[in-house]
Design a binder for this molecule. Structure first.
Ligand code: ATP
Ligand code: MG
Length: 331
């Protein structure tokens, strides 16, 4: 195509991000064909940056009106955390970098007829960073972050039609965002509990069908504490299953160093890594914050070994109680 035609197309795409990107991609591939590699790569860089800058400048792209009916179970969250706040395993870091890259060049991938991975299932025990990661991911992509509470969604729709669920998904299709379904176990549980309860089964099934059919403008992320127990009907609807593990000794150590990076301590917190094995990141955070609070209350300039041991003792007591309770309830 002649250059002039491409420029005209570019101007005509003003205000339509997808089209605009597609035309720029065409220009880039023309330059590549002409062997103008430096220009092509600089155009590519500029295009990638435009996306990021435009999104992070406003915090979001065009906002589609939010369905009022969904207010009970969807909340818009303003991401407050960034990549510096989360510890990820090397495999997960690589996976997310790949997803971000794919998202930023989605048009290019789609033009070649390939699908873009956009539906993710986060599995792992409590306090391992599933919710935090979804937030950091949305923040990193500059996409609005919507938190869906499945328990309330399911119960609020019993006895009503599935129209509002459809509206929610319609919203996610039109609005590039991260739509985060927390407590996704509610789906698996409900499928079991539904039994003969046809209304519940209908709601859960329609949710699964929507998840299957939707091609979100951003990402649909679901999080669950279950993994092996998850229904295969649920698994296969996701493009990626991401595992969040409780921290091993090396990660505990890393977490302790990270937590005390800006805090003065008169001991080496990492030295306690072995004693804190078996704790989740959320537990570790509680221990560190508690030790810091004790230190502040004591009017100390640095967190002491004694403050930390005291906080660890509290956490151990809590953990023992929790384990006892779980043993009683047979969880
Ligand atoms: N991988 C991590 N790196 C750093 N901090 C973490 C990590 N995971 C959890 N935390 C800390 O623990 C808190 C709770 O984590 P989060 O809510 O993300 O866990 P979750 O996996 O979603 O748990 P649940 O299954 O109970 O919903 C976070 O706000 C953060 O302070
Ligand atoms: Mg969570």
């Amino acid at each position: 195509m002649a250059r002039g035609e491409l420029v005209k197309k570019l101007l005509a795409s003003y205000g339509h991000e997808e089209e605009f990107r597609a035309v720029v991609e065409q220009i880039i591939s023309e330059e590549e064909k002409k062997n103008n590699r430096v220009l092509a790569s600089s155009l590519r860089k500029t295009l990638d940056n435009i996306g990021t800058a435009a999104r992070s400048a406003t915090g979001l792209s065009r906002l589609v009106p939010f369905p009022d009916e969904a207010n009970d179970f969807i909340q818009r969250m303003v991401p407050a955390h960034g990549p510096q706040d989360i510890l990820l395993s090397p495999e997960n870091t690589e996976l997310f970098l790949g997803l971000i890259r794919e998202f930023r060049q989605a048009d290019r991938i789609r033009r070649h007829g390939f699908p873009v991975r956009s539906k993710l299932l986060f599995c792992g025990p409590p306090g391992t960073g599933k919710t935090l990661c979804a937030e950091v991911f949305a923040n990193e992509l500059g996409l609005p972050f919507f938190h869906v509470r499945l328990d309330s969604l399911i119960s609020s729709y019993l006895g009503e039609t599935a129209t509002n669920i459809r509206k929610t998904f319609e919203f996610a299709r039109r609005q590039p965002c991260v739509l985060f379904f927390d407590e996704f176990d509610a789906i698996a549980r409900s499928r079991e509990e539904a039994g003969e309860h046809s209304e519940l089964r209908r709601v859960v099934n329609s949710l699964l069908i929507f998840i299957e059919q939707i091609q979100p403008g951003g990402f649909l992320i679901a999080a669950t504490n279950l993994d092996g127990h998850l229904d295969p009907a649920v698994w296969r609807r996701f493009d990626e299953i991401v595992w969040f593990d409780a921290p091993d000794a090396a990660m505990v150590r890393k977490y302790l160093v990270h937590a005390f990076r800006n805090v003065r301590a008169s001991f080496d917190p990492a030295g306690y890594a072995d004693q804190l094995l078996g704790y989740s990141y959320a537990d570790l955070e509680r221990v560190c914050v508690q030790a810091m609070k004790v230190s502040v209350l004591g009017g100390n300039k640095a967190v002491s070994d004694k403050d930390f041991r005291e906080a660890m003792r509290d956490a151990r007591r809590r953990l023992t109680r929790k384990q006892k309770l779980e043993a009683q309830t047979g969880e």
